[in-house]
Design a protein. Structure first.
Length: 119
């Protein structure tokens, strides 16, 4: 089990950039695939991006490909989401989550950080 704390959200104009951070507790961070999800008003929480335990493989939803970059620093127990060219439709609460590499489910979640993009 890991405890996760997100930071870096805020209110920005369309076209701006933000970098979200997610700090994890525990000594086995490098055994977890990490994901970013978002929950927009009136919608269900949705997957955004993920990165494998070693950082060697990343996945993105189509709508953020080329704009968002997920990365991790296992020495700092931190995963990042660099968000460029933000659009109003990116407005949501963003959550990071951890999935043990042998598991099929994300079981550990942060409290979320609000990202608001104005037009």
């Amino acid at each position: 089990q890991v405890q996760l704390v997100e930071s870096g959200g805020g209110l920005v104009q369309a076209g701006a950039s933000l970098r979200l951070s997610c700090a994890a507790s525990g000594r086995t961070f490098n055994s977890y695939t990490m994901g970013w999800f978002r929950h927009a008003p009136g919608k269900e929480r949705a997957f955004v991006a993920s990165i494998t335990a070693s950082g060697g493989t990343t996945y993105y939803i189509d709508s953020v490909k080329g704009r968002f970059t997920i990365s991790r620093d296992n020495a700092k127990n931190t995963v990042y989401l660099q968000m460029n060219s933000l659009k109003p439709e990116d407005t949501a609460v963003y959550y990071c989550a951890a999935r043990y590499y042998l598991s099929s489910q994300y079981k550990d979640w942060g409290q979320g950080t609000q990202v608001t993009v104005s037009s």
